[in-house]
Ligand binder design. Sequence first.
Ligand code: DX5
Ligand code: ZN
Length: 231
Amino acid sequence: MNPPGERPSRNAPRVSPSLLAADLGRFADGARACVEAGADWLHFDVMDGRFVPNLTFGAELVRALRPHSDTPFDVHLMVERPDAYVEPFAEAGASSLTVHAEASPHLQRTLAAIRAAGCRAGVALNPHTRPDVLAYVAGDLDLVLVMTVNPGFGGQEFLPAAAGKVADLRRLREQTGASFLISVDGGVDDETAPGLVRDGADVLVAGSFVFGHPDGVSGGVAALRAAAAGA
Ligand code: DX5
Ligand code: ZN
């Protein structure tokens, strides 16, 4: 599935810089730098101060940035009651909407609503959440986001145990004949990326590494691609 602006699929993992790590006073410049660096997607971390102890932004930010690029917007909803946000974010221009399994008691219904709204349907798993909670919705999924930190903040230490789910999900995908992408979020850098890619990661979400790179955002994206290519 290639939403508008999606590049043709290829074997190399997609890079999705997390704008949470951008200079919030120059948010549009941060997004533009990612696009110019060739980022495949842009990752938006939506936090409600309830599901996670931090508060960020809502659909209006997505709407404000949408006219400035056709790069797919990869929206990660770290919110309670995510169903209430599907329509507003889809309408604002999200390309994918990822809800947390832990916040979604009626996950299949939520995923169906996301697809009906025209977005790629994703589920994020907290580090302690078993991947087999997805076994009976595998066909409803376009994306699974493996959290390798506890969600809520950028710049945290990578949790290797949680990364073990990438290989589990690849097996689940094979067993079920599903076609979801496997994305990894939290502590992704040039050291952790190769193992993730070897295990089957299709998308690398990275905030601190990309925005904190000594050679700027373009250096960060390039370094992540190089690390992934050497996997
Ligand atoms: C954490 C967010 C991440 C965060 C990643 O709750 O979901 O997307 O921005 O930041 P880094 O790459 O710094 O771990
Ligand atoms: Zn995220």
